[in-house]
Design a binder for this molecule. Structure first.
Ligand code: GDD
Length: 319
């Protein structure tokens, strides 16, 4: 029997890795939706893809009714914390209106799909030392418009299970990294700057923001398999932390990346990269996910950083 899997926000960083993973499994038909045509042919040349803005209610309704998914990964979002300060309204609109459109479309079509809702560790906000590592029952104290948008989606997912019986499984992902991520995010940003300096297309000065923050990084390629298990086996109406359980300062990440390059690169703090409010440390407890899926991501950080830097080196060579 074939399982039909719908991915919203499909051409984003996680969606592309997830689709590539699903296409290697037996008996899965994938349809990706995103607001723009795909950036590259793969992986969408091997499955379905439709341009569909999650805020376009009519399009969402007709695509859901036509494809009739058994599983949905709802990834469409404005996912940058920094950008959410510039446009909080759009960040909230995509989060709530987008999710309402999707869930209403599933109800209208009479489908009982299981739905994964991609939420975030940012929802926990500034957690005190005694709250670390953060468990799912820690209070949610959003400290940015992005974090609030994810709390809204998280609550709406639980509400929709209780009110309508939509089988939602929420993941609260900590920092996911890997090849192909937008340079909006720190690892990809730093790796791109190094690759540009190596290629001579910029001066050999890295611009950085807050190096003291600590984050719990995992490789997206480890996590997409867990997502597939979670959407099938997770308890509806529940949230699961998705993380490694270890944290690293941004300064450590920067040093590891610089060690991967021979270019003589200077580092400068750029005040424009410092945020109005930045969470000092996010480190998660992954016990709940481990109990369900039987494993946790354990790829060494250095390996992921090397792959991200190599991805940018290849990009530079293509330009
Ligand atoms: N982007 C960026 N650029 N961040 C920097 C820089 C820089 O030059 N220098 C320091 N940082 C610091 C940020 O201040 C933050 O403390 C940390 O690096 C991580 O920043 P991001 O990579 O932008 O990620 P984030 O932690 O704000 O949010 C990410 O993780 C969340 C889960 O914890 C995103 O992937 C979210 O979508 C995700 O939900």
């Amino acid at each position: 029997m074939t399982a039909r899997v719908l991915i919203t926000g499909a051409d984003g960083f996680v969606g592309r890795h997830l689709a590539s993973f699903l296409l290697k499994q037996e008996g899965i038909e994938v349809l990706g939706l995103d607001m723009r045509p795909p950036r590259t042919a793969a992986p969408w040349d091997a499955c379905g893809f439709d341009v569909c803005d999650i805020l376009d209610r009519d399009s969402v309704f007709s695509l859901v009714a036509r494809f009739r998914p058994d599983f949905v990964f709802h990834l469409a979002a404005q996912s940058s914390v920094r950008r959410s300060w510039d446009d909080p309204g759009l960040t909230y609109e995509i989060a709530l209106d987008g999710q309402v459109n999707l869930f209403d479309a599933l109800r209208e079509a009479g489908l009982d799909a299981r739905v994964h809702v991609a939420c975030s560790s940012e929802e926990y906000g500034k957690v005190k030392e005694e709250g670390l590592p953060i468990r799912e029952d820690h209070p949610l104290l959003p400290a940015s418009p992005y974090a609030l948008s994810k709390v809204i989606q998280d609550f709406h997912a639980v509400f929709s299970y209780q009110a309508y019986g939509i089988e939602t499984v929420v993941t609260r992902a900590f920092n996911m990294i890997g090849p192909g991520q937008s340079p909006d995010f720190v690892v990809s940003d730093f790796a791109r700057q190094i690759a540009e300096a190596e290629a001579g297309s910029r001066e050999a000065v890295m611009r950085v923001g807050n190096l003291e923050a600590r984050r719990d990084f995992s490789d997206v390629r480890d996590l997409v398999g867990a997502y597939w298990q979670l959407v099938r086996e997770g308890k509806p109406g529940e949230a699961y932390n998705v993380c490694s359980g270890r944290d690293h300062s941004i300064a450590e990440v920067l040093d590891l990346l610089l060690d991967l390059s021979d270019a003589p690169i200077k580092v400068e703090v750029d005040p424009a990269r410092l945020r109005k409010s930045d969470i000092p440390v996010l480190r998660g407890d992954n016990g709940k996910m481990r109990e369900l899926v039987g494993w946790v991501p354990d790829r060494p950080l250095e390996d992921t950083l090397r792959d991200v830097l190599d991805w940018w080196r290849d990009e530079m060579a293509r330009d």
